[in-house]
Design a protein around this ligand. Sequence first.
Ligand code: BDR
Ligand code: CA
Length: 314
Amino acid sequence: MKVIFDTDPGVDDAMALYYALAHPSIEVVGITTVFGNVTVTQATANALYLCGLTQCDAIPVAAGAARPLHKTPEAPPAHIHGSDGLGNLPQRDSVIGFAVEKDAADFLIAQVRANPHAITLVAVGPLTNLATALARDTTWAALVQRVVIMGGAVSVPGNVTATAEANIWNDPHAAQLVFEAPWQVDVVSLDVTHQVIMPAQLFERLAQRQPHAAMQTLNHAVQFYARYYSQRHADTVGKMHGCFGHDVLAFMALTDPALFQTLDTRLGVTTAGPEEGRTVQLTEGPARHTIYTSVDSAGCVKAFEATLAANWLG
Ligand code: BDR
Ligand code: CA
């Protein structure tokens, strides 16, 4: 599977990127960055850094949107991901990388046009880059093989407000454009990501097993992130000291579909008012969205560890 990863790294984004790089059936052919967990400048620096650490610096990284389409941007959640997006790393190795000249939306359009019906988009941040590409090229959507997003909360509460999940909250207008576009979207939402707790110890084990800068970096970031989640969800996540894997489940939906149950439906987004950012099931129109309704949590954790523990770092 050739994938372009649209991301705001971000700790769970880093987890997802390393899962994708480690997985034998995924080829990451490009990364596009977006504001969200951090500024887009920091997200781009983090994507380049994470790739540099794994000697995957040949993967092109294109910088994307710095702010939402219409709403007033909010400060990044430094208390969740750290002010650097990677759990406040004490230092960084000197890994130098540069983003490509094209911005994210132009990069997405060019790559998909050069590889029609061959590229899957995995988008795990605010959907601003995808929405911008849809606006710039109105026939582009039909050439994308598949779209998987991490975002939304369909039958469960949100994580920013009572009804809104962070990626949709950060740019509800972009999410609405992505849901309305003429393509099928797989929506990996909090309905399943809140069912999968990644134990913090798992990352310690991985870092001990592979004393490589990439795994040390991921472990540092996850330990920071797990402190937040263990406190916020003391009765569930806190009991085993861990965190939600959120973004990595978007890749697991591709690599391990048997771990999930899904439902074909149609979603819309509330773009204003007290329920701003809510993903709503619509009763009219063709079913163009596959929502993920349940997941084999233990199976996900096991598959994640097996993939990261394999010999992918050389
Ligand atoms: C989503 O929001 C971000 O903070 C995470 O990286 C994930 O993409 C979870 O709501
Ligand atoms: Ca993310």
